[in-house]
Design a protein around this ligand. Structure first.
Ligand code: MCN
Length: 790
């Protein structure tokens, strides 16, 4: 079935209410911490209070003797029994030096490298007993100097023997000499320096896991709050524990948000699984909020310079970028992909810039590991590019919209100079719609009204693009990644005609139980209620790569479509048998099989029943049953894109920024469920606006202590910080997946930060302020204004 036929099916484009919400809003959700197993103990991790220190000794004697303590494990107990945590996606350095991949022990060995690094695991009968004993573990540390800022990493005390200058890799894309030559003769060059502030993920449900072991069948089961249970199992068995995969079952039950931070294989998951067999019990651990702040993989943290060479009319000729990326203390599972192939390849944005050279240096520092966080690399690219483009406009005296429109890509498919080929898009349509929604025509009057009150008003644009549907194996492989990321779907039609879908995608808030059911119901012509979706269990789902990179509908959904093709093809054969017709004469529409040119018809349910109750069935030609599995590896990414316009009012006396209006127009191709998509955009916008306005991870420069280690110090956006969003869509269906969909789960977080900061800068431009790093907190804005006044 083609994408345009699919878009016209019933249920597609319908705001079906979320099937999963009944259990969530009635308190019947089953999160990891809700699960309790027989013979269950509790783990608490002893964590480093220092950012950088040698471990001279660990004395567990007193703690081990405390009531209820079952066992205390240190790094030495694990040494030789398992490997270190793997970096799942190695990068081929482009400077001839191999990428440094220092060991990442499950429990620290000899040294700690950030505050929160895990040093020992205490297992006790109760949580309180484990907590008390953890406090009694005596660790003798030899404190070392710490470095936290990426720009200070070079030459600071080395974290790892394998990386003496703290440099992990250099990676570049593009033809430097050719780009330099264009810059040498360009009519205009605009240059900016900026940082992309470090963020701390704050999923509502903290990380949690229960390791268990069955002696009866020699099998481990790990319950874990995770976005990709099969990948977790693969990494844990193949790289760390050396176990056959079929002996480990990973279940990610209801998960209360992940935003990227639950993609990775964390030390706690491994330690709990391994120790369950050693102690012959189940062991539960749930992070408290402070632990989450310290140890969940953080996001972003780039320091960059970017330059655009232009002709006299503001046409982009070439771009040059250098980025220093903070990797934190260790390589997290996918951290190397984030500042490279998920970042550099997006730097063309929506523009026809013919040449781009980007160079990335990645560094270790004494901070929590940095990895994918909603958008992963693509927000960093969009922020840098869209800040640069607005700055080009101001330098040349052009409108922020004019310079964008002058450089928009208009013909598709379009091959960018940074590896990606965009299949389809209509950037001008999104810009036009966004301008209407934002009432740009009325801005001058609103600005005048603000000025009359002594306030400054600004309008900020951001025309973003992202690559979703991560990740076509061929493209990922060509860019030096170890693996691509396909997806698997199984359709099990039951004799009564109801359906269970087994998907390798994992829903942790995105509503797959509803939207995937819509896809299946639409194809088979059955009610949405008759379709159940199973995910998150390696024991039930054949295989899966999980959910991140806004891949689930476009890759997971496409795998389901492929399995449905097989179901339809077999069901047609059964229908042909039942109606005594040739296979080629059978048509299937709206849940009915018909014979071309006749009035013969039978419903889908009758075919399903026949598959399982094969009366007079041609068993020599057709197997009983109606159950099909398919794997889908996309041929390309999907490229959602749009234009966001933010309008702010700034009080120059206090530096307080108020977002007055925010308009977002996105192109997600065919939309399955507009209500769910709108919710995704809202969530993304709030995260992006949070980054631009208030969220900021701060480590003390001297001690390496996390200063923003709680919600008292790390500001998260609340409803009263936000305007009512105005949303719109344009639709250019993706040309290469059978649904025509493009991902929507990250767009808001990618497109919004530059729109906000560009708006603040537009407001402050008349005061001479041209630079501002996120977050635009009152003190930062006030200081920027004051610096000009001096
Ligand atoms: N959808 C649709 N039509 C489209 C595109 C998507 O109806 N054209 C629907 C999908 O069927 C799905 C939802 O929208 O129900 C999101 O789909 P998709 O864009 O494919 O993204 P994923 O499902 O792969 O979700 C991943 C994405 C990412 S990368 C982050 S980070 C993120 C996000 O989703 N984390 C989230 N949204 C989140 N929402 C919640 N509540 N919690 C998180 O942790």
């Amino acid at each position: 079935m083609g994408a345009s036929d699919f878009a016209n099916l019933p249920h597609i484009g319908e705001s079906v209410r979320r099937k999963e919400d009944y259990r969530f809003i009635t308190g019947a959700g089953q999160y990891t911490d809700d699960i309790n197993l027989p013979n269950q103990r509790y783990a608490v991790f002893v964590r480093s209070p220092y950012a950088h220190a040698t471990i001279n000794s660990i004395d567990t004697a007193a703690a081990s003797a405390m009531p209820g303590v079952v066992h205390i494990f240190t790094g030495k107990d694990l040494e030789g029994k398992m490997g270190g945590l793997p970096c799942g996606w190695l990068i081929t350095s482009t400077d001839g030096q191999p990428m440094k991949e220092p060991p990442h022990p499950v429990l620290a060995l000899g040294k700690v490298r950030y505050v929160g690094d895990q040093v020992a695991m205490v297992v006790a009968e109760t949580l309180e007993q484990a907590r008390n004993a953890a406090e009694a573990v005596e660790v003798d540390y030899g404190v070392l100097p710490a470095v936290v800022d990426v720009v200070d990493a070079k030459g600071a005390t080395a974290l790892h023997d394998a990386a003496p200058d703290n440099h992990c890799y250099k990676w570049a894309l593009g033809d430097k000499a050719a780009v330099d030559a264009v810059f040498a003769s360009a009519a205009h060059v605009t240059k900016i320096s900026l940082t992309n502030n470090r963020l701390i993920p704050n999923a509502m449900e903290p990380r949690a896991a229960i390791g268990s072991f069955s002696r009866a069948n020699d099998e481990y089961t790990l319950y874990v709050s995770n976005q990709n249970p099969h990948v977790e199992r693969l990494l844990m068995t193949a790289f760390v524990l050396g176990l056959p995969e079929h002996k480990v079952r990973v279940i990610a039950p209801d998960v209360g948000g992940g935003f990227g931070s639950k993609i990775f294989l964390y030390a706690e998951d491994v330690a709990l699984t391994w120790a369950a067999k050693q102690l012959n019990c189940a062991i539960k651990w749930t992070a408290d909020r402070s632990e989450s702040f310290l140890t969940d993989a953080h996001g972003r943290d780039h320091a960059s310079t970017a330059e655009m060479a232009m002709d006299k009319d503001g046409k982009f000729l070439a771009m040059r970028v250098h980025t220093d990326a903070n990797l934190g203390a260790y390589l997290s599972t996918f951290s190397t992909a984030v500042p490279t192939i998920l970042y550099a390849t997006l730097l063309a944005g929506q523009y026809t810039t013919p040449m781009i050279h980007v160079e990335v240096d990645a560094w270790f520092t004494n901070t929590a590991p940095v990895d994918a966080y909603r958008g992963a690399g693509r927000p960093e690219a969009t922020y840098l590019l869209e800040r640069l483009v607005s700055r080009c406009a101001w330098d040349l005296g052009l409108g922020q919209d004019t310079i964008r429109e002058r450089n928009f890509i208009k013909n598709f498919p379009y091959q960018t100079p940074v590896a990606l080929q965009y299949d389809v898009g209509d950037y001008q349509a999104a810009m036009d719609k966004a301008r209407d929604l934002a009432d740009v025509a009325g801005f001058a009057a609103r600005r005048a009204a603000s000025e009359a009150k002594g306030l400054r008003r600004g309008l900020g644009y951001s025309s973003y693009i992202e690559a979703c549907g991560i990740a076509p194996s061929n493209i990922a492989g060509a860019l030096g990644a170890r693996a691509g990321l396909f997806e698997c779907g199984e359709i099990r039609v039951h004799p009564t005609g109801s359906v269970t879908v087994f998907t390798g995608s994992h829903s942790h808030g995105q509503g797959h139980e509803t939207t995937f059911a819509q896809v299946v119901a639409a194809r088979l012509g059955i009610p949405v209620e008759n379709v159940d979706v199973v995910h998150g269990d390696t024991g039930r789902v054949p295989f899966g790569m999980g959910t991140y990179g806004s891949r689930s509908i476009s890759v997971g959904g496409a795998a389901i479509m492929k399995a449905l093709d097989k179901i339809e093809s077999k069901a047609k054969k059964i229908a042909a048998h039942l109606m005594e017709a040739g296979d080629a004469d059978i048509e299937f529409k709206n849940g009915e099989f018909t014979v071309k040119g006749t009035d013969k018809k039978i419903p889908f349910g009758q075919v399903a029943l026949t598959a399982y109750v094969p009366h007079n069935y041609p068993l020599d030609k057709l197997e009983p049953g109606l159950n099909e599995t398919a794997f889908y590896d996309p041929v390309n990414f999907t490229f959602p894109a749009g234009t966001y316009i933010c309008e702010v009012e700034v009080d120059p006396q206090t530096g307080v920024v108020r977002i007055d209006r925010f308009s977002a127009v996105d192109d997600f191709g065919t939309i399955i469920n507009p209500m769910i998509v709108e919710g995704q955009v809202h969530g993304g916008l709030v995260q992006g606006i949070g980054q631009a306005m208030m969220e900021n991870c701060v480590y003390d420069k001297e001690s390496g202590q996390l200063l923003t280690g709680s919600m008292m110090d790390y500001a998260l956006p609340r409803a009263d910080d936000l305007p009512q969003f105005k949303l719109g869509t344009v639709c250019t269906p993706c040309t290469h997946n059978p649904l025509g969909t493009k991902g929507c789960g990250e767009a808001g977080a990618i497109g919004s930060p530059p729109a906000v900061i560009n708006a603040v800068l537009d407001a402050l431009h008349p005061l001479g302020v041209t630079e501002l790093d996120m977050p635009a907190s009152p003190s930062r804005v006030w200081e920027a204004i004051r610096a000009q006044a001096r």
